[in-house]
Design a protein around this ligand. Structure first.
Ligand SMILES: [Zn+2]
Length: 308
């Protein structure tokens, strides 16, 4: 597992960062001059993030240096490489801004909130792209003989003193019994009607799935869409948690508590990237389930997303 000690040791100079990026395939190591069809010279000098390519022939029109960062993860990077790798590690470790500043091994320039936000968003974008591809590759969950628990929960419902009210976001959650493949969807237009929920359910659940829900009326039509539908009635004083036939939604309900705790310090009221945070959560949950190294997983994703 990568830890901060290993990060400092591996990334404390620009040269070390570049050789790591080369060996990991994050930046190209060679490029041919288009005119002379021969390898150009790599230079890591100057203030460019990962150096430049330059043609050997003095009179070549490609004599002006070409950035080696073009089309890579480091394109348009405005901070030194050690800080970039540090921020990637911090994102993978799910650190708060405070932790990022406290643990930073690079003194200059000081990491501003804007810079931390930028790089965290940049990492999150790659994670979201990866998560969507991953879910498409895995395909639908459930199927005949399989049980999937479904529930919806509201995130970020807060009342402010100034009279401004944030409506929050309805999130639909789906999890199959015996599997940790949690599917989450933010409800468009922030409504949880059948018109919104059914297409989201059909997107993730195979036909023939046995679906367990509470008695929310939007689920009433599920059996008309090729699903086996069972309910638990939370207002039944005798069996509020588990119906007589064993139907319950406790696994998905217990997820909400975990997810809300996870988001407590993130500004999940921000409507612009709330969906991204939800995708990020499922990514982090998979990593925890599989005991993977989050930094290595992030590197894998970046390599896959930023092919050059
Ligand atoms: Zn040339």
């Amino acid at each position: 597992m990568w830890n901060i000690g290993k990060i400092i040791e591996t990334f404390n100079t620009k040269e070390k960062c570049i050789s790591f990026a080369e060996s990991e395939g994050l930046i190209p190591t060679r490029k041919l001059c288009r005119t002379h069809k021969q390898p150009m010279v790599v230079s890591n000098a100057g203030d460019t993030a990962v150096g430049t390519f330059r043609c050997r022939k003095g009179a070549c029109r490609n004599r002006s240096a070409i950035s080696r960062a073009k089309g890579t993860w480091f394109d348009n990077a405005k901070i030194p490489l050690p800080q970039i790798f540090y921020l990637m590690y911090a994102y993978a470790s799910h650190w708060s801004h405070e932790e990022v500043r406290k643990n930073s091994f690079t003194r200059e320039p000081v990491l501003s909130s804007a810079t931390i936000c930028d790089w965290f968003n940049y990492c999150r974008e790659a994670v979201v792209i990866h998560q969507i591809d991953q879910q498409v590759a895995v395909g639908k969950i459930g199927g005949p003989g399989k049980v999937v628990q479904i529930d919806e929960s509201k995130f970020g419902k807060r009342k402010y003193n100034k009279g401004r009210r944030v409506e929050g976001h309805w999130v639909l959650g789906m999890v199959e019994d015996g599997s940790d493949d949690l599917r989450l969807e933010v409800c468009p237009e922030n409504v949880r009607s059948a018109e919104v929920l059914i297409p989201l359910i059909r997107k993730h659940l195979a036909q023939g799935t046995t679906i367990h829900t509470d008695c929310w009326k939007a689920y009433d039509c599920l059996s008309g869409h090729g699903y086996e539908h069972r309910r638990v009635n939370h207002s039944d004083p005798d069996n509020p948690f588990v119906a007589k036939d064993g139907t319950h939604t406790q696994r998905i309900e217990s997820q909400w508590r975990v997810i809300k705790k996870f988001f407590v310090r993130d500004n999940y009221n921000n409507p612009e990237n709330f969906t991204d945070f939800i995708m990020e959560y499922t990514w982090r949950k998979n990593i925890a389930n599989n005991h993977d190294d989050p930094f290595l997983k992030l590197l894998e994703i970046i390599k896959y997303t930023y092919k050059f």
